[in-house]
Write a protein that binds this ligand. Structure first.
Ligand SMILES: [Zn+2]
Length: 554
């Protein structure tokens, strides 16, 4: 197959008979050599040349028929086709990128090389090879291989009372059937530290002599989980807010707090927290979609199975991350289907079809304009055009800096904007760069100065970019190894973490509170701060009255 221009081809289709490449716009490229038979035949009128020409055209028609059939088959389900007959389509974007890292897994072509490479692993050498050469290393290896066996002792043992009545027949008389226990691993947060806290619950199962039912007290202080709420909060806080990989969270819990839990436990804690906060997350998405302003941005994420995309939606207080398998605009449409406010975004085409008023990020625009200037420093046309735009925007930003994002003050600049575009229409540029810049400005005119007409709409997309940056920092820990389910759990918790930061409350504090409503938690914090301020003021007043009294008496 021919090699195609980079960045152009989005889908490669391998047809069983003919090899062609078809882009998403259905442009077909064939690698045919066109022989000069027609001109030869026109000159010579030889029947042999004519026959060759007819055969050649018939082959072309046959190829086209096969291609048409194949393309029709793509749009219909391939029921009944064996795997070898079914067309093999691969989305180029789903192919994993080759790793540029030095410490990557090398795919060896020979099994012998693979086996030799495995014998050089650090652990393998230390545990299997070097221990045979050194007594000292053997001793160290034996010591480190021993897992911690001693179970940590319970801080508190509670004998859980039985139920008052038989749940089946409501009888009051029943007897102990067998005893059981439940140990809950947790931590306690003090004013200046954390302590491991293990509670052991002893309880009985009971048998009712009347109806023979076996039961236990359904009212319990523990859930079905092995870990307590505070330990889950700590683990999620370290993983999501402090960006500690799950493996290191487990090391911290084991080494510092003396637990004996595997790495997989921290992943289970993350999954449990994500399930618990699912409603909170859904309400964040709803709040954003029903507001008057949304910033949106998206980024790529490598999964275990391929490539996916994470979209960040935020207003000035809530942040929600949503996973989508592709970068198409369907997700934006489904999330913001009832959105009536202003959408702030970059110039990615997926946003263009949204029907709400839009503000494009002007920082993106001026960066691109700056690149044009850098590339063509002697292009007078682009210099003039960009210069005029800069003067226009600078005056508007000066008003924003002085009065904030208020239409009352910004509306006055609309005259200058109209004048700028009127001048632009009558400009005819010779250079390609200036022409491109002019076309871009005119095409996006409706989305460049929307912020002059709506209160509180920023002229850049920094809010969404800030949210994306938070995800990018977290992404380092699971890139290439996470599953779709794992990513979705991360996104639920990161949405809550970033929302807490936007609302000025502690993520750890919210997790520890056990509540699901971030606004209610923020409000309770605010009330407590207000009450503390009031008592400090009262105390101050009382002290000054007392000082005055003493002075008068003195
Ligand atoms: Zn009973």
């Amino acid at each position: 197959m021919r090699s195609w221009g980079k960045g152009f081809l989005s889908t490669v289709i391998v047809v069983p008979c003919y090899k062609v490449a078809v882009s998403c716009r259905m442009t077909v490229y064939t690698n045919f050599f066109i022989p000069p038979w027609r001109s030869e035949w026109e000159k010579s009128r030889e029947p042999r040349t004519k026959e060759m020409l007819i055969n050649y055209n018939a082959d072309d028609c046959e190829a086209l028929r096969l291609l048409t059939e194949f393309l029709c088959r793509l749009s219909t389900p391939t029921v009944g086709l064996s795997d070898s007959d079914a067309p093999c389509t691969v989305n180029v974007e789903s192919l994993p990128l080759p790793s540029r890292l030095k410490f990557r897994n090398v795919q060896f072509q020979l099994p012998e090389f693979d086996a030799i490479n495995k014998s050089a692993y650090w652990d393998y050498q230390r545990e299997r090879i070097l221990v045979r050469s050194s007594e000292r290393l053997k001793e160290i290896a034996e010591k480190t291989r021993k897992p911690r066996t001693a179970k940590p002792r319970a801080n508190k043992t509670i004998v859980w009372p039985g139920p008052a009545r038989c749940p089946k027949c409501n009888g009051k008389k029943f007897y102990k059937h067998c005893n059981s226990s439940k140990t809950v691993l947790d931590v306690r947060f003090g004013a200046s530290g954390i302590k491991r806290w293990i509670t052991k619950y002893l309880f009985y199962r009971y048998r009712c002599p009347k109806c023979r039912a076996v039961f236990h007290n359904s009212e319990r202080a523990w859930a079905n989980e092995k870990f307590g709420v505070n330990l889950r909060a700590l683990s999620v806080y370290e993983n999501i807010d402090l960006r500690m990989p799950q493996e290191r969270v487990a090391i911290f819990l084991n080494d510092v707090l003396g637990f004996n839990i595997p790495r997989s436990a921290t992943n289970r804690l993350k999954a449990s927290a994500a399930a618990f906060y699912d409603d909170t997350y859904e309400s964040l998405v709803k709040t954003i979609a029903s507001g008057s302003l949304v910033h949106a941005d998206e980024t790529k994420v490598n999964l275990k199975t391929g490539v996916g995309y994470v979209w960040a939606f935020t207003n000035l207080e809530e942040v929600a991350y949503v996973y989508a398998p592709s970068r198409e605009g369907d997700l934006v449409h489904s999330i913001l289907k009832d959105f009536k406010g202003v959408l702030v975004s970059d110039f990615y085409a997926a946003y263009d079809s949204m029907e709400c008023p839009q503000q494009k990020c002007l920082i993106h625009l001026i960066r691109d304009m700056n690149d044009d200037l850098m590339k063509e420093p002697f292009n007078e046309e682009i210099k003039e055009l960009v210069g005029e735009f800069a003067v226009l925007l600078k005056a508007i930003i000066a008003t924003v800096d002085r009065f904030g994002l208020k239409t009352r003050f910004l509306r006055g600049h609309k005259v200058a904007v109209d004048r700028f575009f009127k001048r632009l229409v009558n400009r005819y540029y010779q250079t390609e760069t200036a022409l491109k810049c002019k076309t871009r400005l005119e095409k996006n005119r409706s989305g460049l100065f929307t912020f002059l007409e709506f209160d509180g709409v920023p002229w850049n997309n920094n809010n969404a970019e800030h949210a994306i940056k938070a995800f990018a920092l977290l992404r380092r820990d699971f890139s290439g190894v996470a599953t779709e389910k794992g990513i979705r759990e991360y996104l639920i918790l990161l949405s809550i973490c970033e929302t807490c930061k936007c609302k000025g409350v502690s993520f750890l504090g919210f997790l520890r509170s056990g509540g699901k409503d971030i606004d209610a938690f923020a409000e309770s914090k605010l009330r407590r701060t207000r009450a503390a301020n009031v008592s400090v003021r009262k105390l101050g007043r009382a002290l000054s009255t007392e000082a005055r009294r003493q002075k008068n008496e003195g």
